[in-house]
Design a protein around this ligand. Structure first.
Ligand code: MTE
Length: 320
């Protein structure tokens, strides 16, 4: 599909956009893209939530076959420490987050540093829907239809300098809006980072929505990063700054405990976390609950074809 075939991305609340979006989802569902989880989402949550719709074109190159996790599970079982440490805290408290006005600054080792308004950032490239497997280091996983475009589209615009080796992502930290920031569990703001070639990999998604709707606040509105071959904590939420650097950036979890959380944090079933085995995972929302058979975790979360080459020759036990 050429870029001109794709719809202009926009946030609209018109009945037309709602209708078109539904139609796309139905088409995708008919093609087997969403599996079993679509029906409950349609019947319960989608109709009840008057949120902003995103026009996103499904990209068949980035669809996993596993059934998607329900909208309800994706939006009610979250890690977002700015709103508390319980999985239910983000949904309960993220309402106080103000997502407009919002700007994202891209700075550091780039030829064209820029501060973009979120609504300009949204329109920078055609919005795609991609269904990604997501694996948390705690041993659970979800399958999430994300809406966004490859981060490389943005990075190419600002023209990284030859000296740029890493990309740092910095989340909003505001005590007034984020009750969890009062705790000192993290040296705020939340920070994450990638090597530049990881950030440029087409899988790395600058993400504005899920299930065809603007990101719910608990999932990192208005913009987050999603890196499906790494543990979930690498996917920083509610980003305000993207900085290109020569030095490997400090990252929040690595600062908390470098033995438990390395910089790379690639999903790797043969390298266990000191407290949790990474060999298997539990899919959130499996109707069999605790009796559901554990799923074998795949190397790079099943994305080895796309990313294994980034790490050729590296000892992944050492660079965990
Ligand atoms: N980003 C910020 N700013 N703050 C956080 O606490 N938690 C991370 C990551 N991004 C976190 C964050 C962790 S531990 C996980 S598992 C994922 O977000 C969870 O994303 P989800 O709630 O959308 O599934």
């Amino acid at each position: 599909m050429s870029p001109t075939d794709q719809k202009i991305p926009s946030i609209e609340i018109t009945p037309r956009s709602v209708f078109e979006n539904r139609r796309q989802l139905i088409k995708l569902a008919a093609a087997g893209g969403f599996g079993m989880a679509l029906a409950p989402w349609f019947s319960r949550d989608a109709l009840a939530i008057a949120s902003q719709k995103l026009i996103a074109t499904p990209n068949p190159a980035f669809m996993v076959k596993d059934g998607s996790t329900s909208y309800k599970n994706i939006t009610s079982y979250n890690n977002f420490y700015e709103f508390g440490t319980d999985k239910s805290d983000p949904m309960a408290y993220a309402d106080s987050l103000q997502t407009r006005p919002w700007t994202v600054t891209i700075e550091g080792l780039v030829k064209k540093p820029v501060t973009l308004d979120i609504d300009a950032l949204l329109k920078l490239a055609p919005m795609e829907e991609r269904v990604y497997r997501m694996r948390c280091v705690e041993g659970w996983s979800m399958v999430i239809p994300w809406d966004g475009y490859s981060l490389s589209r943005l990075l190419n615009q600002v023209e990284p300098l030859g000296s740029a080796k890493y990309v740092e992502f910095i989340s909003l930290s505001d005590r007034k809006q984020m009750p969890g920031v009062k705790s000192n569990i993290i040296d705020w703001p939340y920070r994450e980072g990638l090597r530049l070639d990881e950030a440029m990999n087409p899988l790395t998604l600058l993400t504005f929505g899920l299930y065809g709707e603007a990101l719910p606040k608990q999932n990192g509105a208005p913009v987050r990063i999603v890196i499906p071959w790494k543990y979930g904590f690498k996917s920083a939420k509610s980003i305000v700054k993207i900085r290109l650097t020569e030095e490997m950036p400090k990252t929040s979890w690595n600062q908390i405990d470098p033995r438990e959380y390395g910089f790379y944090s690639n999903v790797n079933p043969s390298v266990d976390h000191p407290r949790w085995s990474q060999a298997t995972e539990r899919r959130i929302g499996d109707p069999k609950g605790i009796f559901a058979p554990k799923i074998k975790t795949e190397m790079f979360n099943g994305y080895a074809d796309q990313v294994a080459g980034l790490y050729s020759g590296m000892d992944l036990k050492k660079y965990y």
